[in-house]
Design a protein around this ligand. Structure first.
Ligand SMILES: [Zn+2]
Length: 597
C-alpha cells in the first residue's frame, strides 16, 4: 500500500479529573472530557464488571448528579438502560460532570474518606463507547489541607498528580491509591518493585515486611526465569492495611491492590500469602491470559472456563513460594495441601468439573444471591480446586521424570508461548490461550500427548481425583484419615430453632444421611433411639458406633409427618496431610520441589 499524503490527526485524549470536596461523605467529583467526537449519539457507559472479580457490580448505581455540557451549554442526556447515559445532541466536544459514591476499601470498588481515595477505575469512570483506543489523561485534585500522593501503575504525566494511559483497557487496569501512604522500593536484576502502603503500623514494620516481599518476588521470578517488562518501568504493590478495609487482593498487569483489616503486626503470614498470590498473577492471568478474558468486556459478566489454571495454579504457587522463601514451614505447607485435597474431594466435584466450576465465578465471586442455592454441596471454589490440580500435576510431572520435569517447566512454557510475546497495544495480550492450548503445552512439556490428554480429560474436564496419597508419599508426606475408624453420617450441623433441633446444613448425596431423605431445616428428633437436642447428642450416638453399623433415624420435614428410616454409617472421610519420617530419596525429592531457588 502506498503511503498516504494525508497527515493523521491524533485524536484528543479523553481527560478525567478527580476531586474530593467532601471526602468525609465518601463521594468523588468526576469531570470527563471527550473531544474530537464524530456526529451522532455519544454513548457514555459505566462498567458492569471489573477485571479479576467475575460477578456483576453495576457500578452505575453509585453515579448521580450527572451534567453534560457541549460548546459551553448544558445538553440533554437520556438513559437507554441502567448502565449508561446517552448524549444525543452535541458539538465536537462533550464534558460530563458527575458524583460517584464509594465506601468500600478493596480490589473492586471505590473508597473515599478523609484518610485517602482508593480508586478502582471501573467503579469510578464513565467511558465513551467507540473511544477505547484513545489515550487518556487522569488528574487528581489535592483535597483542601492534604498532602496526598498517588501510587499507581498509570504512566506519569506533566505533574505529580497527573497521569496518562495509552487506552481504555490500560486505564481500567490501573487502580490508584491517593493518600498519605509510604513507599519502599527494591530492585531484582534490572526490574524495579515499589511497595506502597497505607497502614496504621510503624515504618520499621513496613521495612521488615518489604524484605520478605522481596524474597517472594525473587522466588517467583525464579519459577519463570525472568520478570515481565512492566510497562511504566516498575511493578507496584498498592497495600491498604486499615481497620476499615475489607480483605482482598486484586491483580493487575503492573500492580496489585491488597487490602486487609488486619495489620502487619497481627497477620503477617496471611498478608504475605496474599502478596505471594497476587504477584504470581503478573505472569499467570495478566500475561498468560485465557482467551475467554481477552479483552475484558466491561458491559457484561466475563466467564472463563480456565480459572482453575488462572486462579487455581496461582493459589498453589503462593504458598509454594512462601515455603521456598522459608517464610512458611513444612507443617504449614502440609496444612495447605490438606485444604486443597479436602476441596477437590468435596461432594461438588461429582457434579461439576474444574472447568465448570470456573464458569460459576460470575455467581460466586462477589455475586449476590437472594434465593437459597445448593452451592454448598455442588460448588467448589476454583481456587483450591485448581490448586489441588496444580499439586497433582506438579507431583505427577516430577514422579514421571525423577524430578527432571515439574509444573515450573509447564508455567515457563506457557509464559514463553502466550505471555512473553506480549501485546501490540499496551494493556492487551496478543496470544491468549485456550483450553486446547493449555493441553497442547502440557503435551509439549511432558513429551507425551496421551498423558496430557488423559490428565485434562480426567481431572479438568472430568470428575476424577488424583491419588494424592501415592503422589505425596514420594516427597515424604503421608495422607491419612483425620478420624480413622470414626462413624459418620455426613458433615451435619444441627441447631435449635423453634423449640426443635433442625438440620442447619444441606445434605450431600455422598453422605449416609442423604438416603434417609432428610434435608436442611428438617427437625431431627431421634438417632438410634436417642433424642437429639444438640450437636453433642449426635456426637454421642456416633461415638457408640462404628462404620458399617445401621441406626434408625426419626425426623419431621415440612409436611409435619414424622418419618422413621434406617441408615448405614460410613467412616469419616476427611483427610490430613502430615510430614512423615522421610528416606533420603524422599527428602531429595522434597528438596527439589520445596527448596529455595
Ligand atoms: Zn487470584
Amino acid at each position: 500500500m502506498a503511503a498516504s499524503s494525508l497527515s493523521v490527526h491524533a485524536a484528543d485524549p479523553v481527560r478525567y479529573r478527580f476531586s474530593f470536596p467532601e471526602p468525609q461523605h465518601h463521594w468523588m467529583q468526576v469531570e470527563a472530557t471527550y473531544g474530537d467526537l464524530p456526529p451522532g449519539t455519544l454513548e457514555l457507559r459505566v462498567s458492569r464488571s471489573s477485571p479479576g472479580r467475575y460477578s456483576l457490580h453495576d457500578f452505575a448505581k453509585n453515579v448521580y448528579d450527572v451534567h453534560a455540557t457541549s460548546g459551553g451549554r448544558e445538553v440533554a442526556t437520556t438513559r437507554p438502560d441502567p448502565y449508561g447515559w446517552n448524549v444525543p445532541e452535541h458539538g465536537p466536544s462533550v464534558t460530563v460532570q458527575y458524583k460517584v459514591f464509594g465506601d468500600r476499601v478493596d480490589g473492586t470498588y471505590l473508597a473515599v474518606d478523609p484518610t485517602h481515595a482508593h480508586v478502582n477505575m471501573p467503579a469510578a469512570i464513565m467511558w465513551a463507547r467507540g473511544l477505547d483506543d484513545r489515550a487518556v489523561t487522569v488528574a487528581f485534585d489535592q483535597p483542601a489541607g492534604m498532602q496526598w500522593h498517588v501510587a499507581t501503575q498509570l504512566h506519569p504525566g506533566g505533574s505529580p498528580l497527573e497521569f496518562t494511559a495509552p487506552n481504555l483497557q490500560y486505564l481500567m487496569d490501573s487502580p490508584s491509591e491517593f493518600g498519605p501512604g509510604a513507599m519502599r522500593q527494591f530492585t531484582v536484576g534490572d526490574r524495579t518493585f515499589r511497595f506502597a502502603l497505607h497502614h496504621t503500623g510503624t515504618d520499621a514494620e513496613l521495612d521488615a515486611f518489604v524484605k520478605d516481599v522481596e524474597k517472594i518476588v525473587r522466588q517467583e521470578g525464579a519459577i519463570y526465569g525472568e520478570f515481565p517488562a512492566y510497562e511504566p518501568g516498575h511493578y507496584t504493590f498498592l497495600a491498604d492495611y486499615l481497620p476499615y478495609a475489607g480483605g482482598d487482593g486484586m491483580e493487575h498487569r503492573n500492580s496489585t491492590v491488597i487490602t486487609a483489616s488486619a495489620s502487619i503486626a497481627s497477620a503477617r503470614a496471611r498478608l504475605l500469602d496474599t502478596v505471594a498470590h497476587e504477584f504470581f498473577h503478573c505472569w499467570n492471568v495478566e500475561r498468560i491470559r485465557p482467551k475467554s478474558l481477552e479483552p475484558f468486556d466491561f458491559d457484561r459478566a466475563d466467564m472463563s472456563g480456565e480459572l482453575w489454571l488462572a486462579e487455581g495454579f496461582t493459589q498453589y504457587y503462593g504458598p509454594l513460594a512462601l515455603q521456598r522463601a522459608k517464610l512458611a514451614d513444612l507443617a504449614s505447607t502440609a496444612q495447605t495441601f490438606t485444604g486443597l485435597i479436602e476441596s477437590v474431594t468435596a461432594p461438588g466435584h461429582l457434579v461439576r468439573s474444574a472447568e465448570e466450576m470456573s464458569r460459576m465465578a460470575p455467581f460466586v465471586d462477589g455475586g449476590r444471591v437472594i434465593d437459597r442455592t445448593n452451592f454448598p454441596i455442588t460448588v467448589i471454589s476454583y481456587y483450591p480446586y485448581g490448586g489441588a490440580i496444580a499439586l497433582a500435576l506438579d507431583l505427577t510431572l516430577r514422579d514421571r521424570s525423577d524430578s527432571r520435569l515439574s509444573l515450573d517447566d509447564y508455567m515457563q512454557a506457557m509464559w514463553r508461548k502466550f505471555g512473553k510475546p506480549g501485546g501490540s497495544r499496551e494493556g492487551y495480550v496478543d496470544h491468549p490461550y485456550t483450553m486446547a492450548d493449555a493441553e497442547a503445552t502440557l503435551a509439549d512439556v511432558s513429551g507425551d500427548r496421551a498423558f496430557a490428554h488423559e490428565f485434562f480429560a480426567r481431572y479438568i474436564q472430568g470428575h476424577d481425583v488424583a491419588d494424592y496419597g501415592r503422589l505425596l508419599a514420594r516427597a515424604g508426606f503421608s495422607v491419612h484419615k483425620r478420624n480413622a475408624g470414626r462413624a459418620w453420617l455426613g458433615d451435619v450441623r444441627v441447631e435449635p430453632s423453634g423449640g426443635a433441633t433442625r438440620l442447619a446444613t444441606q445434605v450431600a448425596p455422598t453422605w449416609p444421611l442423604y438416603a434417609a431423605g432428610v434435608d436442611q431445616d428438617d427437625e431431627l428428633q431421634q438417632v438410634d433411639g436417642q433424642r437429639i437436642a444438640s450437636e453433642g447428642d449426635l456426637t454421642g450416638v456416633l461415638q457408640r458406633h462404628k462404620p458399617g453399623d445401621t441406626v434408625s433415624i426419626v425426623y419431621v420435614d415440612r409436611t409435619r409427618v414424622a418419618k422413621t428410616r434406617t441408615i448405614t454409617l460410613a467412616e469419616d472421610p476427611h483427610i490430613e496431610v502430615v510430614v512423615a519420617e522421610a528416606t533420603a530419596a524422599q527428602r531429595d525429592f522434597r528438596d527439589r520441589w520445596l527448596g529455595g531457588r
